[in-house]
Design a protein around this ligand. Structure first.
Ligand SMILES: [Zn+2]
Length: 391
C-alpha cells in the first residue's frame, strides 16, 4: 500500500487534469516517512505473527494471499525502498525457503492461485518483473528464472497427470484435454481456485522467461496451455460468462473474480497479447470482450464491493479491457462501477442483502482487507484515475 500511495501521489503531481490537480492538496497530507514507518511496523507485526502461527499450524500456507510468501515478497519491496541489501537478501532467502518444501512434497499443496503453488509462483514473478531487468534496481538484481521454471514444470506436469495418470500424446491430445487441478476435490474454472488463475500465472512466467521456453523441445508447455485455453473458450456461455465448473448446464454461474468472467478476462487478455497473430490469440481477445459485456450487464453485485467477489474486482476486468483495446467505452463503464459507492439506492441494497457466507449482513467479513475490503476498493478507485498503471 505504501508503494502504491507513493505512485498515486506522483501521478497526481504529473497529471495534466486541472480537476485532479485541485485535489492534490489533500494528498500532501500523505507524509512519505510516516507511511514508510507504518509499513515497517506492519511488516514487523505480521512477521512476528507469522512465526508463531507457522509453529502451531498443521498445514503450511504458501501463497501470495495466505501465509509467509506474500509477506516476504513485501519484505523484499520494503528493504528495496530502504536501500537495505542485507534485509532484501534475508527476505528473498525466506521467500525461497518455501520452494524446497513445495518441491519435496508437491502433492500436499493445491496448485490454484489463492492457496496453492500458483500463488507462490506469483510472488517470484512479481520479484522477477521488478528486479530482473529494472535499471533502478541493478543493486538488487536477482535471477529467479531457474526457480520459476522449476515451478512451472511442476504445475504443468501435475496438470497433465491429473488429467491422465498415464500421460498424454502431445501430438494427438483428446478433444476434452485441459490441464486439470483440483481444489477440495473439485475442478474449477475461475480466477481464484480454477484453471484461469493457474493459466494466467503460467502465461506470465512464459512472458518473463522466454529463453527457457524457446529451448523446450517437445513444446509441452505451449501445446497444453493452448489446448486448455481452447477448451475453456468452448465453455463460455452465450452471455459471455464462464461456468464455475466444467458443466454445460447449471445455475451455478457467478460473475465475480473468484468464479466467472471477471477472473477469466485477465488470463484471456494476456493470452491474446502473447499469441497475437495466431488463431488462439484472436479467439482469446474475442472471448475477453464478450466476458467484458457480461461484467457490464451482470457485474453489479449485491454482495457489495471488494476485489474477490465484489464490484471493484469486477471493475478491474473493465479497466483491463480499456488498457488492451484503448476503447474509452470500457473506461466509462469502469467509472460507472466505481461511482456506485456513492449511490444510496445501491448501498442500501448491499446493507440489506443477506449473503449466507457472511458473519454479519451487509458487512464484509474483513472490511479493511485487500481482497474483501476497503484496501482493494481504494486501489480500484485510484486505478480508475490512472488506468495505465492498473495491474
Ligand atoms: Zn471470492
Amino acid at each position: 500500500m505504501y508503494i502504491w500511495l507513493l505512485n498515486f501521489k506522483k501521478n497526481l503531481h504529473t497529471s495534466n487534469s486541472s480537476d485532479i490537480k485541485e485535489k492534490t492538496e489533500s494528498v500532501e497530507e500523505l507524509n512519505e516517512k510516516e507511511l514508510l514507518s507504518r509499513a515497517e511496523q506492519s511488516f514487523q507485526t505480521l512477521h512476528d505473527l507469522l512465526k508463531s502461527e507457522e509453529k502451531k499450524a498443521k498445514k503450511l500456507r504458501i501463497s501470495f494471499y495466505f501465509g509467509g510468501p506474500g509477506l516476504y515478497l513485501n519484505g523484499c519491496l520494503l528493504s528495496f525502498l530502504k536501500k537495505d541489501k542485507t534485509a532484501f537478501k534475508q527476505n528473498l532467502q525466506d521467500l525461497l525457503s518455501y520452494k524446497s518444501i513445495i518441491l519435496n512434497s508437491p502433492d500436499k499443496f493445491y496448485k490454484e492461485i489463492l492457496y496453492g503453488v500458483s500463488g507462490y509462483l506469483h510472488c517470484l514473478l512479481k520479484l522477477q518483473s521488478l528486479f530482473q531487468d529494472h535499471p533502478d534496481a541493478s543493486d538488487f538484481h536477482t535471477d529467479l528464472s531457474e526457480h520459476v521454471t522449476e515451478l512451472v514444470e511442476l504445475i504443468v506436469n501435475d496438470g497433465i497427470r491429473s488429467y491422465d495418470p498415464d500421460g498424454v500424446d502431445l501430438k494427438e491430445l483428446p478433444h476434452d484435454f485441459r490441464l486439470v487441478y483440483d481444489f477440495h476435490e473439485r475442478e474449477y474454472l475461475g480466477g481464484a481456485h480454477g484453471l484461469f488463475g493457474v493459466l494466467y500465472t503460467l502465461l506470465r512466467a512464459y512472458q518473463l522467461n522466454n529463453d527457457y521456453f524457446a529451448k523446450e523441445k517437445d513444446g509441452k508447455f505451449l501445446i497444453t496451455v493452448k489446448a486448455s485455453l481452447e477448451l475453456l473458450i468452448k465453455y463460455q456461455r452465450k452471455n459471455g460468462n464462464f461456468p464455475t465448473r466444467f458443466v454445460e448446464k447449471g445455475h451455478d454461474d457467478a460473475v465475480q473474480f473468484c468464479h466467472g468472467s471477471p477472473g477469466a478476462i485477465h488470463c484471456l487478455l494476456l493470452a491474446s497479447k502473447i499469441f497475437k497473430g495466431e488463431d488462439i490469440g484472436t479467439k482469446c481477445l474475442n472471448a475477453a470482450v464478450l466476458a467484458g459485456e457480461n461484467i457490464w450487464e451482470y457485474g453489479i453485485l449485491k454482495k457489495g464491493f471488494g476485489l474477490c467477489h465484489g464490484i471493484s474486482g469486477n471493475g478491474y476486468g473493465l479497466l483491463e479491457l480499456y488498457k488492451e483495446t484503448d476503447d474509452k467505452n470500457w473506461l466509462y463503464r469502469a467509472y460507472c462501477f466505481a461511482l456506485l459507492k456513492k449511490d444510496k439506492h445501491y448501498t442500501d441494497e448491499i446493507a440489506a442483502y443477506d449473503f449466507s457466507d457472511r458473519f454479519t449482513t451487509g458487512i464484509s467479513d474483513y472490511p479493511f482487507s485487500l481482497m474483501l475490503g476497503l484496501s482493494g476498493d481504494i486501489c480500484y478507485y485510484a486505478d480508475c484515475l490512472f488506468p495505465e498503471n492498473a495491474r
